[in-house]
Design a protein around this ligand. Structure first.
Ligand SMILES: [Zn+2]
Length: 295
């Protein structure tokens, strides 16, 4: 258990790949443990339950991960998820979505899948391994338009809000009345973010917009459940990466060299690096922006 977890959530289930943590009445976050070596889920997600239905957030890295969360939904609410939202196309958030197809003989219906058109198309085009069950779910998905989706699960209003910057299409999910928000990979907590598909200017703007919603409990795409202070520290991390990339770019240092020599200042606290290449990606991404001709 990481420092501070106990103060803001209660663990209701624990597996090698992660923990399910209760954040309020009908609200649970699946916080993955990506350093455990168990890749069943890899990313974070969760459940938002109302009187008439349950929204599951994310498809996770494997169908076993989504299936596990669906079974937790049954244990906690009596319902298989009725709705599923995928925040973006990355494999660790989307590949396991077919795990939400309910097992036969138990009277559960297939959930409604909510996804943007861009995310659906990117999953089809890029994500391996192929999965015919995932393709079939996506073929019948409800597409989230630019205005978002708002619906009521019974004493629980859900807002699915399109955004972007981590990838070309990211979704943020929140519920009323609760202080909880699921940020997808627009927010990371305690892990240096992956810039592989990132527009860093758009990411910084939209991550700040998430912070401005003023929620007290933010479920990041990776890392433990974030407080407002944690999100503020993450915005400082993004600013620091920008500053470092701009300084190296102005000095004429190539991105790979600058990244290999780079270390975060200790004032930002502890940030786990999944891989040294994450700095290279961050610098390369910023260099692309800084080298682009002025519009
Ligand atoms: Zn991602």
């Amino acid at each position: 258990m990481l420092r501070g977890d106990r103060a803001i959530s209660d663990v209701v289930a624990r597996e090698p790949f992660g923990t399910l943590e209760r954040l309020g009445d009908g609200i649970w976050a699946l916080v993955s443990s990506p350093l455990s070596g168990d890749r069943t889920t890899l990313g974070n997600g969760g459940l938002l339950a109302g009187r008439d239905g349950v929204l599951a957030i994310e498809g996770f890295n494997t169908p076993a991960g989504a299936r596990w969360l669906a079974e937790q939904s049954v244990a906690l609410t009596g319902r298989w998820p009725t709705h599923v939202v995928l925040t973006h196309y990355h494999a660790d958030h989307a590949n396991g979505v077919a795990g939400y197809v309910p097992p036969g003989g138990r009277g559960f219906a297939k959930p409604k899948i909510l996804v943007t058109e861009a995310t659906r198309d990117l999953i089809r085009a890029r994500n391996a391994p192929a999965d015919p069950a995932r393709d079939e779910l996506l073929a019948n998905a409800a597409l989230v338009g630019p205005g978002g989706e708002f619906f009521d699960l019974g004493r629980r209003r859900i807002a699915i809000s399109p955004s972007g910057g981590h990838t070309v299409s990211d979704i943020v999910v929140y519920a009323e009345p609760t202080p909880v928000l699921f940020a997808g990979d627009l927010i990371w907590n305690g892990f240096v973010p992956n810039f592989v598909d990132t527009d860093p200017v758009r990411l910084r703007k939209n991550a700040a917009a998430v912070a401005d919603l003023g929620r007290d409990r933010i479920v990041p795409g990776h890392g433990r459940i974030a407080t407002r202070a944690d999100v503020s520290r993450y915005l400082s991390l993004l600013d620091e990466l920008e500053r470092a990339a701009r300084t190296a770019h102005a000095a004429g240092t190539d991105a790979a060299t600058a990244a290999s020599a780079y270390a975060l200042p200790p004032s930002l606290g502890e940030w786990t690096l999944f891989n040294r290449s994450f700095y290279t990606r961050a610098f390369t991404t910023w260099y692309r922006v800084l080298s682009a001709p002025a519009p």
